[in-house]
Write a protein that binds this ligand. Structure first.
Ligand code: G
Ligand code: G
Ligand code: MN
Ligand code: NA
Length: 252
């Protein structure tokens, strides 16, 4: 069976799952949030998101799959809240989901089903989404912001970098792409880019998450330059909810 047909059946066959990666807040280093990351363990083996997410986008399957991701992530968050871990969750969004006319209602329903405030949810969007159809996008984002939902720009710095959208759109957070973090300590150009993003964010009163933090030297640099949140293998890989709970929440 080809990949598209298999993906069509992935939801009903219960082959999709979410892993969770910790996001820590500075200066304490406490786990404050998680990013939910979609996984597909098909009968024929694990398929990478880089392979199936684009296919889900092309076929429109990302709309039902994205709704499942949101409901599952919020349900998991509810379970953690009930046990005293009041984390927030970041969920990745595709342009296609955002264009779906039922999107804002779907988000509202998923929040109320889980009994969670919008303030617990962060939607990660890419720069390309922000550049599309501002007449539709801006009111939709405002409406969600009014319910407390926040927006992060994922992979910041790798897209078109039209900075005017930062002024027009109700964004709360920039996520520095991990390609800038990797050689931060040894490459003066990467260091300059990261400092420039932190300066821009400070001026515009935006929060910053640095992605792909793997070493204590990278952490020290980001701490020194006023980064607010850190994410990367140094704090934890994306983990199943059971492992996340055992290793990150209990192990803290
Ligand atoms: O976890 P991994 O590095 O393999 O994820 C690769 C990419 O897949 C991420 O950068 C992310 O943008 C995308 N991705 C992961 N989960 C989701 C999801 O639930 N929805 C969408 N649209 N993209 C996702
Ligand atoms: O595009 P997006 O930022 O959503 O991608 C998140 C992905 O980045 C996760 O799926 C995860 O596998 C990967 N990732 C997270 N932390 C690290 C890290 O410290 N190093 C590397 N190389 N990849 C990471
Ligand atoms: Mn992301
Ligand atoms: Na990212």
């Amino acid at each position: 069976m080809d990949l598209e047909r298999r993906l069509r059946h992935a939801l009903e066959r219960d082959e999709l799952s979410l892993d969770y990666q910790p996001i820590v807040v500075l200066p304490s280093g406490a786990v404050e949030a998680v990013e939910a990351l979609l996984r597909w363990r098909s009968a024929a083996g694990e398929v990478e998101p880089a392979e199936f997410v684009p296919l889900a986008e092309e076929t429109g399957l990302i709309v039902p799959i994205g709704a499942w991701v949101l409901r599952s992530a919020l349900r998991q968050l509810r379970r953690w809240h009930d046990r005293g871990w009041s984390l927030r969750v970041a969920v990745n969004l595709s342009v296609r989901q955002f264009r779906d006319p039922g999107f804002a209602d779907m988000v509202g329903r998923a929040l109320s089903e889980a009994g969670l405030s919008g303030a617990m949810l962060d939607l990660e969007i890419t720069e390309s989404l922000l550049l599309q159809e501002p007449d539709r996008t801006v009111p939709l984002m405002r409406r969600l912001r009014e319910s407390g939902v926040s927006f992060s720009v994922d992979d910041f710095g790798t897209g078109y970098s039209s900075l005017s959208y930062l002024k027009k759109l109700p964004i709360t957070t920039l996520k520095i792409d991990r390609s800038f973090v990797r050689d931060l300590v040894s490459d003066p150009d990467d260091a300059a880019i990261v400092m420039a993003i932190l300066g821009l964010a400070r001026a515009l009163k935006l929060r910053v998450v640095a992605e792909g933090v793997e070493t204590v030297e990278q952490e020290a640099f980001l701490r020194r330059h006023g980064c607010h949140y850190l994410q990367g293998y140094l704090y934890g890989r994306p983990l199943s909810p059971e492992t996340f709970e055992a290793e990150v929440l209990h192990g803290r």
